[in-house]
Design a protein around this ligand. Structure first.
Ligand SMILES: Cc1cc2nc3c(=O)[nH]c(=O)nc-3n(C[C@H](O)[C@H](O)[C@H](O)COP(=O)(O)O)c2cc1C
Length: 311
């Protein structure tokens, strides 16, 4: 792919009200899924989190962690890093093909915390500030951060003010702390505080499963966009107003995934998520036991009328 200029997320955030965003999701927000959600009114899509140091050092990681094409636009490449130099090296490698670079400050997993990446960074604002500064000095595309709220919202206020002061271009805030489960309520007050404290665009994240949830988020926080993760896995068409995944969307996913190539585990998982509200319990039980792509396709042909000969 040549370095044809990609749309930046900032251009979208500055030109459109209520921007629909698909979250970074390890294993899942890969090229076929990104293309799928774009067909259903999603404006900006993130790659899964990529480890910046591994990416810059390993040819294998570079070919397996990030693939893109002209239609994959605008795409934000999300990195996990704790050193400005690693982040900037990795960002430089993807910058001809990306609309923006995002720093993951929200991953709550224990291994990430021990590596001092992800949500660990919420207690290390100086490092985040240095990384933003370094990456902005090296690449000419927007740099954003994806953060969580703190127990004490004053700390969140100070954190985002610092990021803004070194030129972060926009940010996403997940309205939960590192230790909160995804089932716990979203802290609308924390998200609103972030939006009101800084002058760059703010995207809100946390339990957006429908357009109604998105409306509630806009009304309660005044943000510029909303980001969904689990909602998009269950229903990639949610931003187009579908309450459950339409069959055409499932068919489209199968064609995209097979066209681009996928592993059977991820393929099966995506379909299990999409079928969650569509299949009966009994149907789901059978579907969940399928383990190979041919077995899944046979099942779709037999029970759902999927036509694998159709382009
Ligand atoms: C399967 C899965 C993978 C995720 N991977 C990432 C990731 O790579 N980077 C990231 O910042 N957050 C990741 N997250 C967190 C989501 O982006 C999001 O912040 C969180 O799920 C809350 O949003 P939701 O309530 O819409 O699910 C992941 C979440 C899920 C469910």
């Amino acid at each position: 792919m040549s370095d044809r200029k990609k749309t930046t997320p900032l251009e979208i955030l500055e030109s459109k009200k209520r921007v629909n965003v698909c979250a970074p999701m390890v294993r899942y927000s890969k090229l076929p899924f990104r293309e799928l959600v774009r067909k259903y009114n999603t404006d900006i899509v993130y790659t899964p989190m990529i480890l910046a140091d591994v990416f810059k050092n390993s040819e294998f990681a570079r070919s397996s962690d990030f693939s893109t094409n002209y239609q994959d636009d605008p795409v934000v490449v999300q990195f996990a890093a704790n050193k400005g130099a690693d982040l900037a090296d990795a960002a430089e490698l993807v910058s001809p093909y990306a609309g923006g670079i995002d720093i993951n400050c929200g991953c709550p997993q224990k291994w990430a915390y021990q590596e001092k990446i992800g949500a660990y960074l919420m207690q290390d604002p100086e490092n985040v500030r240095d990384m933003i500064r370094t990456v902005k000095g090296r690449v000419n595309i927007p740099c954003s951060i994806k953060i969580r709220v703190h127990d004490n919202l004053q700390t969140t206020y100070e954190f985002v003010k610092r990021a803004e002061a070194v030129g972060v271009d926009f940010l996403t805030v997940h309205g939960r702390t590192r230790l909160q489960k995804n089932t716990e309520p979203v802290n609308f007050e924390g998200i609103k505080l972030v939006k009101e404290s800084i002058n760059v665009p703010v995207i809100a994240n946390g339990s957006i499963f429908s357009l109604k949830d998105a409306d509630e988020m806009y009304e309660k926080t005044g943000v510029d966009g909303v980001m969904s993760a689990r909602g998009m896995l269950q229903n990639p068409a949610l931003f187009a107003g579908h309450e459950t995944t339409p069959w055409e969307c499932i068919e489209e996913y199968v064609r995209l995934a097979l066209g681009y190539g996928t592993n059977s585990f991820i393929f099966h998982h995506h379909l299990m998520f999409m079928f969650e509200d569509v299949m009966s319990n009994a149907e789901r039980k059978t579907f969940n036991t399928l383990s190979s792509i041919p077995a899944i396709l046979d099942h779709l042909e037999e029970h759902w009328g999927f036509d694998s000969s159709k382009e």
